[in-house]
Write a protein that binds this ligand. Structure first.
Ligand code: NAD
Ligand code: MG
Length: 396
């Protein structure tokens, strides 16, 4: 093999970021770390820099950058520390970079992810919120660049693997009848509905199958994660919302399926470990070891399926409606959700208030065309304002 591929990991201190570093470190002959970014947890980022010796590190602001720069230089490292969104975009679009893992959580990842797409990188997309917010713009930017977009979300990575290789065409032209998006149902799948209002952040973050960051864990508990994934699937696979069906599959062994017109249903299976989709996307179309243990079907024994409960999981309907109305609606849905989830994690609102906040914002703000980044950011800001006000009023 020729030179190693240079990898930027946006969100290196997070759950996906750390799994990415684990896979990359297994293949030093293939990959080198070009940049690591982190927003909080500075001691961890410092440790990761000492271990992986990237050319750049990016942190939240100038003072954090100065502190980390001093520590790394004292330790004899040549790593250059940058700050803020500008720094993130610089390491995402740098001419020497080949691969960008987009694993910042939430809207904060939008510009850096777009910078990687614009610069024609192999973009490994974990940051679903970026695509949900900016769908049409994102896909247009992709079409205009030489970038290769590979989904990291386990469901979308599974769908990608079950579709004809590398094709991005309308499902019907590929003989696809439906995309079956699987969902675990999260920690509250069987909790009596009248107890949902009293659940704590820690209960919501205790996912039965996956270990993830706190925001996506709360999203999963209320199935907003599946709602965001429905929108994500529509953009990634050029599908209409009615071509994507959500199926609850509590074991999280099947990561999603594609149903073809001839009656074939293709599925991708594996242990619930994000290193599988990460390794797949890093090496595609080749295959590399991910460190994930082989699937033991005898131990798993059975695979179950059920329909999602619309009363228990109102966020799923809200997301489907936003997908259908298109324009700025998905960006507003995402923004309201980010505000509501943060408020829930801070103990300021109840779990069941999350759906109420989002619903209120979407009722008040009409969807508008989302033709450019400014349209999207303006809708995001309006929705955040409304959602924050709702949270404040509820606290009184
Ligand atoms: P996490 O909270 O563990 O990590 C988030 C990362 O983003 C951290 O490195 C953090 O420092 C950084 N970050 C947070 N706020 C930032 C800001 N304002 N500016 C710059 N950086 C910021 O989250 P995670 O679970 O790793 O998820 C990351 C993304 O991947 C999310 O979009 C999530 O939906 C998606 N995803 C995660 C999983 C999973 O298993 N964890 C699975 C599928 C998709
Ligand atoms: Mg997922």
């Amino acid at each position: 093999m020729s030179r190693t591929l240079q990898v930027t990991v946006l969100g290196a201190t997070g759950s996906i970021g750390l799994s990415t570093l684990d896979v990359v470190a297994r293949h030093p002959q293939r990959y080198s770390l070009f940049a690591l970014t982190g927003f909080s947890r500075m001691p961890e980022l410092r440790q990761l820099c000492l271990q992986h010796k990237p050319r750049f590190a990016v942190v939240a602001d100038d003072s954090a950058a100065a502190a980390l720069q001093r520590e790394l230089s004292e330790a004899g490292l040549a790593t250059e520390v940058l700050a803020g969104e500008q720094g993130l975009c610089a390491v995402a679009g740098h001419p020497d970079v080949d691969v960008v893992m987009a694993a910042i959580v939430g809207a904060a990842g939008l510009r850096p992810t777009l910078a990687a797409v614009q610069a024609g990188k192999r973009v490994l997309l974990a940051n679903k919120e970026a695509l949900v917010m900016s769908g049409a713009l994102f896909m247009r930017t992709l079409a205009d660049s030489q970038a290769l977009l590979l989904p990291i979300d386990s469901e979308h990575n599974a769908i990608f693997q079950c579709l004809p290789r590398g094709d991005r065409a309308k499902p019907e032209s590929l003989g696809v009848r439906r995309i079956l998006l699987t969902a675990s149902g999260g920690p509250f799948r069987q909790l009596p509905v009248d107890q949902l209002a009293a659940v704590t952040p820690d209960q919501a973050c205790a996912h039965p199958n996956w270990s993830m960051g706190r925001k996506i864990s709360v999203d999963s508990a209320g199935m907003m994660n599946k709602g965001l994934e429905l929108i994500e699937a529509c953009w990634l696979f050029d599908a209409r919302p009615d071509q994507v069906e959500v199926v609850i599959h509590p074991q999280s062994v099947i990561h999603s399926m594609v149903d073809y017109v001839d009656g074939s249903v293709l599925a991708q299976l594996g242990n619930p470990d994000m290193r599988t989709p990460i390794a797949h996307a890093l090496a595609w179309p080749e295959r590399i070891d991910s460190g994930v243990s082989p699937l033991d079907l005898m131990r798993i024994g059975r695979l179950d399926f059920e329909e999602p409960d619309a009363v228990r999981f109102p966020c799923l309907r809200l997301a489907r409606e936003a997908a259908q109305s298109c324009g700025t609606a998905p960006a507003m849905l995402n923004a309201a959700n980010e505000v509501a989830v943060a408020a829930f994690l801070d103990g300021r609102i109840r779990f069941t208030d999350i759906a109420s906040v989002i619903s209120e914002v979407l009722e008040r703000e009409a969807t508008m065309p989302a033709t450019c980044l400014d349209d999207i950011l303006a809708a995001d800001a309006r929705a955040r304002g409304l959602a924050s006000r709702w949270v404040l009023e509820r606290q009184r």
